[in-house]
Design a protein around this ligand. Structure first.
Ligand code: IPM
Ligand code: MN
Length: 366
């Protein structure tokens, strides 16, 4: 297993260090070999090598580095974000760049409430909040198509095109049906879209969903408008099993999902190319104000590592890796009940101590 590590900015390197501690422990326990290689890619590097803070002037990640990354089995990413750099530069220059160039067309975001993690929804517990969102990850409103004319004048025109291709939509949907079939749950796949307004773009989604769905007679084919879905996330999260959704709506509903599973300290995601190199990351950002204070919660980053192992194992048929991922997830579930809170600075432990608790649980677990 060859893992590329991008710690990134702010608290990214701190949380990734805890994940790597857990990786070492689980590799010893389960018995697999791995190597890691760090890539110094970050907003800090962009600035220190002459990047302009207000406009993209040099690459955030260099083409040679992207070529190198293609030689790895997986990428483990901390966080990239810098308070001094204008919005869009790092996002487009690194995160979206890697998603697009490595064709990571699925963003897999489990929404799972771990034991004893405080949930903001009254009366809901771990048995109610356990579903998975498949967010299309390479097109839609993120395609970068569109532009601006007459900028700064009263006649300014700005467009941002929601680009949907049948191929792009269909492969995300197919991935979702397959995953739903493998999950030990309700066998229900919900398409979340806005067919009543986006009568071109989401009609394509609707037709692709129903046509592909014919190959999955065992799966209950379900539909929610995205606004109603937000309502149900709060009112009846237990209804959901697997969700498939376009890029932008997926971005939005998974932040809501992260909150009902206990917050940004817990939520992890995977940018997946089943035939290529996938990248796993905590969903939260670089949290600059907590940098170096040993206060940030590493659980999300450790959960991203668990996903990295589980998904890589499932994808390559390597049973040991898959088991290692499950072992790490079980260790997280043994650790969260010991923590006072999932919020930075209120965990009752330092960042490193939480990592140590997970390591201990990995060693103990069977
Ligand atoms: C996410 C983030 C990114 C996105 C940003 C940082 C570009 O919000 O991974 O959800 O919008 O996809
Ligand atoms: Mn987001």
């Amino acid at each position: 297993m060859k893992i590329a590590v991008i710690g990134g900015d702010g608290t990214g390197p701190e949380v990734v260090a805890e994940g790597l501690k857990v990786l070492k422990a689980v590799a010893e326990k389960v018995g697999f070999e791995y190597t890691t290689q760090e890539f110094d890619v970050s907003g800090d590097r962009y600035l220190s090598t002459g990047g302009d803070a207000s406009a993209a002037s040099i690459p955030v990640i260099h083409p040679e580095e992207i070529e190198q990354l293609k030689g790895f089995d997986a990428i483990y990413l901390g966080a990239v974000g810098h308070p001094d750099i204008a919005p869009g530069i790092l996002e487009k220059g690194l995160l979206l760049k890697l998603r697009f160039e490595l064709d990571q067309y699925v963003n897999l975001r489990p929404v799972k409430l771990y034991p004893n993690v405080p949930c903001p929804l009254a009366g809901k517990g771990p048995e109610d909040i356990d579903f998975v969102v498949i967010r299309e990850n390479t097109e839609g409103l993120y395609s970068g198509m569109g532009g601006v004319q007459y900028k700064g004048t009263p006649h300014e025109v700005a467009t941002q095109i929601m680009c949907n291709t049948r191929m792009g939509v269909e492969r995300a949907i197919r991935y979702a049906f397959e995953l739903c079939r493998r999950r030990d749950d309700k066998k229900r796949l919900t398409l979340v879209a806005k067919t009543n307004v986006l009568t071109s773009a989401h009609d394509l989604w609707w037709r692709a969903f129903n046509e592909v769905g014919q190959e999955y007679p065992d799966i209950d084919k379900d539909y929610n408008h995205v606004d109603a879905c937000c309502m149900w996330f709060v009112k009846n999260p237990e209804y959901y099993d697997t969700i498939v959704v376009c890029n932008m709506f997926g971005d939005i509903i998974t932040d809501l999902g992260a909150m009902i599973q206990g917050g940004m300290g817990v939520a992890a995601g995977g940018n997946i190319n089943p035939a290529g190199v996938s990248m796993f990351e905590p969903i939260g950002g670089s949290a600059p104000k907590y940098t170096g204070q040993k206060k940030i919660n590493p659980i999300a980053a450790i959960a991203a590592l668990a996903m990295l192992l589980r998904e890589s194992g499932a994808n390559s048929g390597d049973e040991k890796l898959r088991q290692a991922g499950e072992r790490v997830e079980n260790a997280i579930m043994a650790t969260t009940p010991k923590m006072q809170s999932m919020s930075a600075g209120r965990m009752g432990f330092s960042t490193g101590e939480v990592g140590d608790l997970v390591v201990e649980a990995v060693a103990k677990g069977d």
